[in-house]
Design a protein around this ligand. Sequence first.
Ligand SMILES: C[S@@+](CC[C@H](N)C(=O)[O-])C[C@H]1O[C@@H](n2cnc3c(N)ncnc32)[C@H](O)[C@@H]1O
Length: 348
Amino acid sequence: MTPDGGAQTLADRFRDHFRHRDHLYGVLLAEMADDWEAGGVTRELFEGWEESETRQFVQLRLLAGLFRIVLRGEAPQLVPFYPVLGGDADLDEAWAAVRPVLAAHVDELRESLREAPQTNEPARAVALLVGLSEAVRRTGLRRVRLLEVGASAGLGLHVDRYRFLGDGWSAGPEGSPLVVDGCAAAGFVPEPFEVIERRGCDLAPVDVTTDDGAAHLRSFVWPWMLERHRRLDGAIDVAREHPATVDRAPAGRWLAHRLAEPAPDGVLTVVWHSVTRVYWPVEETEAVGSVIEAARSRMPVAHVSLETPWAAWESASARDVPHWPRIELDGDLLGTCDHHGPPVHLER
Ligand SMILES: C[S@@+](CC[C@H](N)C(=O)[O-])C[C@H]1O[C@@H](n2cnc3c(N)ncnc32)[C@H](O)[C@@H]1O
């Protein structure tokens, strides 16, 4: 709703998303809002999506589609606006360069609106490390079967292969292609554990062993976030060395199948998810919760999540208030962290 109680148009949503012009997407969404109202190419691109749900973030889908065109080398004139590609051009000139590219790729960009955001962030695995360590302490079990729902490319499944550096602690193999630093969490004690099996699911899994798959993931990482691109590259190297299976399936149904399989004795089954529940329908959230509860009578299960309560996204006004993602183990709040992982603040 707008402040005067009217329905939000797509232009309102585009303007609301960042509300500044400090980076490329802030500029492009402000310009696209004006262009949509003026009946320009933006109106054509989003035709039929006017009533889409806010949580579908269609504007981010479009910007990712555009980034893929740039990554493929089909819009070299836009490279100067993408810092990750070395660009540092004046953003006030971006829209004049972008608009013709949008017009030249209407079909592909309309297709990209069907692709739910895949903002993969391997550094969110620090939340899994925190939850998993606490689960190991509570159960005394160190052999782990790791199941990730909404896994996208399954980068979180490699938590034991990343190096983490926090305040007064470290974990993971030295020499890992991915070093997640700045984890903070003073006083945190990482527990040793062994992942004996790992598997994930996603509605739209991404295979990062292919160049298209890797470009797909890169396209959802905002192009001025150089550190995030560095981390993603490191995680892609790990995943290419140790491919993990990510099945194409919705979270609840897939988890029901996995948890119906007997777990080996002495093994802790860890169900993990990060920044996916916000995209789930209510029934999915209920299904995941109930299959986990049902499995507890058959095997030791830990449910670790890094999610933002949906209520925080629901109203534009709530978005002005910090609403950090919560690290939870079986519903207990262990701490909070940034949307992309570090730094972690532990609950005391
Ligand atoms: C923002 S990405 C997060 C990926 C990864 N968990 C991370 O934190 O980097 C959200 C993922 O949730 C997936 N997803 C959305 N709804 C889903 C559902 N009902 N079942 C399984 N996966 C779902 C999307 O396809 C997408 O890959």
